[in-house]
Write a protein that binds this ligand. Structure first.
Ligand code: ATP
Length: 235
């Protein structure tokens, strides 16, 4: 397997006096998909926030494509190619679907790239095409996540961190989210997926990390997680 895009090495992190992560060590293979699994409160979102620079580790090292980026702020990691997709956070509620897309495409592709990118986005997400004049804040939860992913797909990042993107969505929309994640991977991104739908995440993943109470219980091939998922589902 090629060199990892992201490495966490002995990461401790928390919120004030509360410690959420204890020596977390794992890596995301370049071009691969890592599923980050674990029961509620295990620390998955905290790992995602450390990986995108939103939470600063108190101990350990974070490396991006081999470079030590420990303690760098989120905007620097974003510039280095880390995108963090979180439910509902990345759309501008009072702008229309099309205005949201144009803003993102102009920033990443320049004025000349906008028309082509819009066409591709509406081809991938016909539902967004139908709602191009609708304010993003009035889209359903699933449609808002599609809008965030449509922006990502136009300019695939080195690493996409997808935190619970399928939370609360109807199964048919979850299918669409997963098809899009697969397309983003095929476009060259590596993915770190935080997910409650264990089996869906494992279907897409090459490697899996199982967290329990802030510590890594398993880190290795997705296929090797075996019975540990039973323990996970029981929680
Ligand atoms: P879930 O699946 O329920 O979303 P998770 O595995 O993503 O959980 P985290 O959100 O990383 O877990 O939370 C890990 C621990 O850190 C929890 O005990 C949580 O209460 C705590 N925590 C998370 N965010 C904060 C915060 N901003 N301030 C204080 N404690 C926090």
């Amino acid at each position: 397997m090629s060199a990892p895009v992201l490495e966490l090495d002995g990461i401790d992190a928390g919120y004030g006096a509360f410690r959420a992560l204890f020596g977390v060590t794992f890596s995301v293979p370049s071009g691969g998909v890592c599923a980050l699994l674990g029961p509620n409160g295990a620390g998955k979102t905290t790992v995602a926030r450390v990986a995108s620079g939103l939470v600063r580790p108190t101990n350990g090292r974070l490396r991006l494509r081999g470079d030590d980026v420990t303690g760098q702020p989120a905007w620097k990691l974003a510039r280095a190619g880390v995108a963090h997709a979180v439910e509902g956070r990345s759309v501008f509620a009072s702008l229309t679907v099309e205005e949201n897309l144009v803003l993102a495409f102009r920033r990443s592709l320049g004025r000349k790239g906008v028309d082509g990118a819009l066409e591709r986005a509406y081809a991938s997400f016909p539902r967004l095409g139908e709602r191009r004049s609708q304010e993003a804040g009035t889209l359903s939860g699933g449609e808002q996540r599609m809008l965030s992913l449509a922006r990502v797909l136009a300019d695939p990042p080195a690493l996409l961190i997808a935190d619970e993107l399928s939370l609360g969505l109807a199964p048919v929309i979850v299918d669409e989210v997963y098809r899009t994640l697969q397309a983003i991977r095929e476009a060259g991104s590596s993915l770190l997926i935080v997910e409650q739908h264990v089996h869906r995440a494992l279907d897409l993943a090459d490697v899996a990390v199982l967290l329990g109470k802030g510590s890594v219980r398993y880190a290795g091939p997705a296929a090797g997680i075996g019975d540990l998922t039973q323990e996970l589902l029981a929680n």
